[in-house]
Design a protein around this ligand. Structure first.
Ligand code: NDP
Ligand code: MG
Length: 381
């Protein structure tokens, strides 16, 4: 039996992780859950999965939850201390990091130090603190198992291969709902249009990130850290049908690709059961119905978020944190209908231009840069 802790259990990845647990209840057991404020869903999850400990970020909501489930034997905690407690709970051997945003950094580090394997969905953690997290995982003999579908695909393609023989990572992207559009055409896009991803159903923040292609930029940085490659060796390939989830080219020219229907439960399950593959009752790829697979190069002139991500990643230091924090705040404003779609990347650009980079930041510096970036944006927009 594998005991798991799920940070962000009420979200898109969190609920799909619980679905995998539900389907594999002889092998998987939930011991800890954490969410921001959705206590209604947490109550249902507690009653179904009976964890030992549950964190609700919001202290008031944590109190309300205690009342709601007073008949159940479970410890309710809150805030960052609580989130860390759920990440390091003694009985868990693996932690699924499915919270959204940089809030994931501290609990992920705590879990690694407590020798838990990490099923990593929260890409913001590696983007901002990859230079700390990857060596720390190595030191503690902890596996970082990618949940993001592209990185899971690459991880699957690398299974049994020598990482030194990799020539290039080919990171695929659907291109999002505005693929082929110019900035002029994107000027007046509505929130509702940006929230309509052509292939994947995901949380709101990452869906907007996919529409701006900032998501692919974050994934390029995530790939750099996960697979130890340089930015010159990561190529983004647009593949609108989202059938190929990513590919690896080796030095003999051979290319391995992982294909599947767009269903996050496969990468989640692969991370939880690695290196085994277990039955997943999901739609299969039907090659008799696929007439073609298209490939395009990304349009960096109209999707400047991807171009800026490569720049932030290459310069490194605190710049990826600025890129990520500015995006988090800009997307929150766009979701609140306070700014227009194209202003998301304008804000990122402004914050990056304003920043004085420092090399090799520690966690405190990363978090203070996050705060400074927010303050800068608040003073301008
Ligand atoms: P959602 O917005 O659907 O879910 C976010 C989860 O985080 C919710 O459970 C939310 O709780 C919780 N949360 C938010 N703030 C806090 C906090 N302060 N403390 C504790 N929990 C908090 O996001 P997704 O599931 O879409 O994405 C999660 C992560 O996975 C992101 O980093 C994303 O980039 C990555 N990812 C997602 C994919 C997907 O298919 N969805 C694919 C690849 C990567 P509450 O409900 O209470 O607000
Ligand atoms: Mg992805």
């Amino acid at each position: 039996m594998k005991n798991i802790s799920i940070l962000g259990s009420t979200g898109s990845i969190g609920t799909q992780t619980l679905d995998i647990v539900r389907r594999n209840s002889k092998e998987l057991n939930v011991v800890a859950l954490a969410a921001g404020s959705n206590i209604k869903k947490l109550e249902e999850q507690i009653r179904e999965f009976r964890p030992e400990i549950v964190c609700v970020w919001d202290e008031e909501k944590a109190k309300e939850l205690k009342t709601l489930i007073r008949d159940v034997d479970v410890l309710i905690v809150s805030g960052m201390d609580g989130l860390i407690e759920t990440a390091i709970v003694e009985s868990a051997s693996i932690v699924v990091t499915a919270v959204v945003g940089m809030i994931g950094i501290k609990p992920t580090i705590a879990a690694i130090r407590a020798h838990k394997d990490i099923a990593l969905a929260n890409k913001e953690t590696l983007v901002t603190a990859g230079h700390i997290i990857i060596p720390l995982a190595d030191e503690n003999n902890v596996k970082i198992l990618p949940v993001d579908s592209e990185h899971s695909a690459i991880f699957q393609c690398l299974n049994g291969e020598n990482p030194k023989e990799v020539e290039k990572i080919l990171l695929t992207a659907s291109g999002g709902p505005f693929r082929g559009w110019t900035r002029e055409q994107m000027q007046n896009v509505k929130l509702e249009d940006a929230l309509k991803h052509p292939n994947w159903s995901m949380g709101r923040k990452i869906t907007i990130d996919s529409a701006t292609m900032v998501n692919k930029g974050l994934e390029v940085m995530e790939a750099k850290w996960l697979f130890g490659v340089s930015y010159d060796d990561v190529e983004v390939v647009i593949q609108p049908q989202s059938l190929i989830h990513s590919m690896v080219m080796f030095r003999d020219g051979g290319v391995m690709a992982q294909l599947g229907t767009p269903d996050m439960r496969l990468p989640i399950q692969y991370a939880l059961f690695y290196p085994s593959r277990v039955l997943l009752d999901s739609p299969r790829v039907d090659f008799s119905k696929i007439s073609k697979i298209d490939f395009y190069t990304p349009d960096l002139e109209n999707f400047v978020g991807l171009k800026m991500a490569f720049m932030a990643g290459r310069k490194g230091g605190t710049l990826p944190t600025v890129f990520n924090a500015a995006n988090e705040m800009a997307v929150a404003k766009f979701l609140d209908r306070k700014i227009r779609f194209l202003e998301i990347t304008d804000i990122i650009q402004g914050a990056m231009e304003n920043h004085r980079l420092s090399e090799n930041p520690d966690i405190d510096r990363i978090l203070s840069v996050e705060k400074e970036t927010y303050e800068y944006i608040e003073s301008r927009w």
